[in-house]
Design a protein around this ligand. Structure first.
Ligand code: GLN
Length: 541
């Protein structure tokens, strides 16, 4: 469509957590709905090579791409909104930038030169920004710069943006500055000063914002918009209000009403047509008009944090809309679960999901949860560690191997029903060394999985070191827990089911990473349907 790719930069001012990722994803959605091939990239100014080694308390969920990148959770939003897979190139950190520059230096590629932030680090940032554009796959690349302008660590990124604006020339770039317009209740007024200051900070680095997206709890009236335009050097139509929305999925329509796509395309001298949001709006319609509701317990150890299980929560939103069911997800902390309180905490649940995770904390609660759910025939979905817990529970309480465990929790367990993967033995580095990314899985014909996916082979994303121990497979199968999905090459068990129960599925992979608005994940869709069926059956009793 376009001959050369166009670049949109999204910077943040005044405060963190304003939702740059959602604004970037919403804009990309509007551009995609007008026929443009858009992608989004996130630049993170921290020193970690990737967020894979970060605790969810620090950074929320770690998202995984098809090609096995461990990334910022914003990439999940990009995929959910656009239904286009992201890759290694879509998330770059300062650590990675420095790592490539230092590797080059060691190879002697700068021989004789002093290696410096400018130009070497900024050149590497510019190269990374343009990888997606130069691939020929996209008309528009939206680059979201993490952090807030004025942070010491974002300076090289802002400088790279400044240089790229010059390198690429007029109408090929656009800078969107996301800012906060706070409401001072004592004065009864919205305040523009913080925005003026952050635009000024950006200008000190030589970058002029073209568009302001203003997060606000109250509508921006005409005079506020005029004032912001005048003091921040932007056109009045380029002052975009971003009022708090009840769901992130409303934001594309809100941005459309405000004309964000129009100003962006104008600036880039690209054609602006009416976006085709038919599918998107059908989804919203189903989301907003549920015919029934279910309550699903999410058992994990980071449940107090919204962002820790982001993709799981979003998958329930997609699957709920697909079923026209409102899914209330009830977070339940596995650390405080025991046989004594489980009935009280689970009595009203229509389904239970045991979450992924690492390490020992809270796992006994997860095992107790699986036992209750299995014995009471409550629909169950176990993801990664959740699946492993289902296997351990079955070993202890059905196979009667009371000391069964995962080698992750007890290296010397006499019954390692969950074992370290062969490929992981001898791995010492923690970063980027797990079994990551997409793997094939063959499904057994007579299984829930086969019915749900309606396919013999599926591909799903992984992030783990441990696996079902095939030495115990025959014992499990004889006792009623079946392996219904296998990796075709290694024979690794990827799915377990208990056919005697109505809906009991554990998966070693992460279905939540692949659920999008356009393609809600079939496993979540079927799980929500099973929860609804269970609820209705219970009502009749
Ligand atoms: N800790 C487990 C493993 O490494 C499960 C990982 C996960 O839940 N993502 O195998």
């Amino acid at each position: 469509m376009t001959t050369n790719p166009k670049y949109i930069f999204v910077t943040g001012g005044v405060s963190s957590s304003l939702g740059k990722g959602i604004i970037a994803a919403s804009l990309a959605k509007l551009l995609q709905a007008q026929g443009y091939r858009a992608t989004i990239q996130k630049l993170d100014p921290y020193i970690n090579i990737d967020p894979g080694t970060l605790n969810p308390y620090e950074h929320g969920e770690c998202y995984v791409t098809d090609d096995g990148a461990e990334t910022d959770l914003d990439l999940g939003h990009y995929e959910r909104f656009l239904n286009v897979p992201t890759s290694q190139a879509n998330n770059v950190t300062t650590g990675r930038i420095y790592q490539s520059v230092i590797n080059k230096e060691r190879r002697g590629e700068f021989l004789g030169k002093t290696v410096q932030v400018i130009p070497h680090i900024t050149d590497e940032i510019k190269r990374r920004i343009q990888i997606l554009g130069n691939s020929g796959e996209y008309d528009i690349v939206i680059t979201e710069i993490g952090g807030t302008v004025g942070d010491i660590e974002s300076l090289p990124y802002i400088e790279a943006v400044r240089q790229l604006e010059w390198d690429l020339g007029e109408h090929n770039t656009c800078v969107i500055h996301l800012t906060l317009v706070p409401f001072l209740s004592a004065a009864g007024e919205l305040k523009t000063k913080p925005t003026q200051h952050s635009v000024k900070t950006l200008m000190e680095s030589g970058v002029q914002a073209d568009i302001l997206v203003c997060r606000t709890e109250h509508k921006l009236n005409d005079s506020i918009k005029t004032k912001l335009a005048r003091f921040c050097n932007v056109k009045k139509e380029a002052v975009i209000e971003s009022i708090d929305a009840s769901t992130i999925y409303d934001v594309p329509n809100l941005m459309l009403e405000e004309g964000l796509d129009k100003v962006v395309l104008n600036q880039l001298q690209l054609k602006n047509v009416v976006p085709d949001l038919k599918r998107w709006n059908e989804f919203l319609d189903r989301l907003n008009h549920p015919k029934s509701e279910v309550t699903i317990g999410l058992i994990g150890k980071y449940v107090e944090l919204q962002d820790s299980y982001k993709s799981i929560l979003e998958s329930f939103i997609h699957a709920g809309a697909e079923n026209e069911v409102k899914v209330n997800v009830e977070p339940i902390h596995s650390e405080y679960l025991s046989e004594n309180n489980i009935e009280f905490k689970f009595g009203h649940l229509d389904g239970v999901l045991v979450a992924p995770g690492f390490g020992e904390r809270g796992i006994e609660g997860k095992i107790d949860a699986v036992r209750f759910v299995r014995e009471n025939n409550i629909p169950f979905l176990g993801i990664c560690l959740g699946m492993q817990m289902a296997v351990i529970e079955y070993a202890r309480n059905v196979l009667n191997l009371k000391d069964a465990n995962s080698v992750e929790m007890d290296e010397r367990t006499p019954n390692p029903v969950i074992n370290l993967m062969e490929s992981q033995k001898g791995v010492v580095n923690k970063g980027g060394t797990m079994r990551l990314g997409t793997w094939d899985c063959n499904l057994e014909k007579d299984s829930i999985a086969y019915k749900v996916y309606n396919s013999e082979t599926i591909t799903e994303r992984h992030r783990h070191r441990f696996e079902f121990n095939n030495d115990y497979k025959a014992q499990f199968e004889d006792a009623g827990m079946k392996a219904t999905g296998h990796n075709p090459e290694t024979g690794l068990v990827e799915i377990v089911e208990i056919p005697k129960n109505d809906w009991f599925v554990g998966v070693q992979y992460h279905p939540e990473y692949k659920s999008t608005v356009k393609n809600p994940h079939p496993l979540f869709v079927a799980f929500v349907a099973a929860a609804l069926k269970y609820k209705n059956k219970r009502k009749k009793k």
